[in-house]
Design a protein around this ligand. Structure first.
Ligand code: CUA
Length: 314
């Protein structure tokens, strides 16, 4: 809708049409009531104007039907807006189960992308059309906001935390990325493009780069370079918990608390190991704060993610 009008960004994702529909509904309601109220003010001002200098106004009698109508109708309307808006909000904030994941790191003043196959990009993100794409984003300095108007997605990208943004692009093309949170001198220049390609073109792009390690292979390399594997291994007397099959599953902490191991948990356990000690282990792990970059953290997270659960009995 509104394609070709410079006032409107293109609609190029499944969410875009839904967001637009709600937006136009809100604008419609606003215009309708603004015109109605302004019109009535003018109309009654003229109709009930003072005709004689000594005229006294009529006493006002309560009209219950009118009172109830203008209480109930706006209530119903706001409920429609609430339910409609909440539905879209949930659709936006819950990525589908099967997604193609790409990591994003925001930094003054650029967007860096890390594909699971190992490709890295700065300022450009190549994705296939017609797939559910999930971006797992963080910042290495200040708060940024990842904004692609054509997809109607915008999410703050916060240092020290992973946030996820998902979209399903509906047509190939190039779409602008903006930073929507003031983040310093060159905030306005912190832009980029999402390049949406059809499947064969995307395959060609994927295989085009120099043969690299995948992100989890890179993580595996780091895991041994940083000597993580001297403690997180099966044959030692269990100095550190085994990481196989941990990701996405429940972990019980020393405090008795349980949590689901997600990206944020893995990250915290690397940078601030004492924060959440797994039940049955000692807080002996040193911090890796300052020793691993955001990109290396992503590789480690991806490596932990890739570790399959051990087979029962082994
Ligand atoms: Cu990054 Cu504004």
């Amino acid at each position: 809708m509104g394609a070709g009008t410079p006032l409107f960004p293109e609609a190029a994702s499944t969410l875009a049409t839904r967001v637009d529909a709600l937006y136009f509904f809100l604008v419609g309601i606003t215009v309708f009531f603004s015109v109605l109220i302004a019109g009535l003010i003018v109309y009654y001002a003229i109709k009930f104007r003072r005709r004689l200098p000594r005229e006294i106004g009529q006493p006002i009698h309560t009209n219950y039907t009118l009172e109830i109508a203008w209480t109930v109708l706006p209530f119903l309307l706001t409920m429609v807006i609430f339910v409609w808006g909440a539905t879209i909000f949930f659709a936006m904030s819950r990525p589908p189960d099967e997604t193609l994941n790409v990591y994003v790191v925001g930094k003054q003043w650029m967007w860096k992308f890390q594909h699971l196959d190992g490709q890295r990009e700065i300022g450009e993100l190549h994705v296939p059309v017609g797939r559910d794409i999930k971006l797992i984003a963080t910042s290495e300095d200040v708060i940024h906001s990842f904004f692609v108007p054509a997809f109607r997605v915008k999410h703050d990208v916060i240092p020290g935390r992973y946030v996820s943004v998902w979209f399903h692009a509906t047509k190939p093309g190039r779409y602008r990325i903006f930073c929507a949170e003031y983040c310093g001198t060159k905030h306005s220049g912190m832009t980029g493009q999402v390049v949406v390609m059809d499947a064969p073109e995307y395959q060609a792009w994927l295989s085009g780069g120099v043969s690299q390690q995948t992100l989890s292979q890179e993580g595996q390399q780091l895991f041994s370079d940083l000597a993580c594997n001297t403690c997180h291994r099966a044959d030692l007397q269990g100095r550190g918990p085994m990481l196989e099959g941990v990701f996405g599953h429940e972990v019980t902490l020393q405090s008795g608390q349980t949590l689901i191991a997600d990206e944020g948990y893995v990250r915290e356990s690397i940078l601030n190991p004492a924060a959440k000690i797994v039940a049955g282990y000692q807080p002996i792990m040193p911090t890796f704060q300052g020793q691993v970059s955001e990109e290396q953290l992503l590789a480690l997270v991806e490596y932990v993610k890739s570790l399959p659960a051990p087979k029962p009995g082994s």
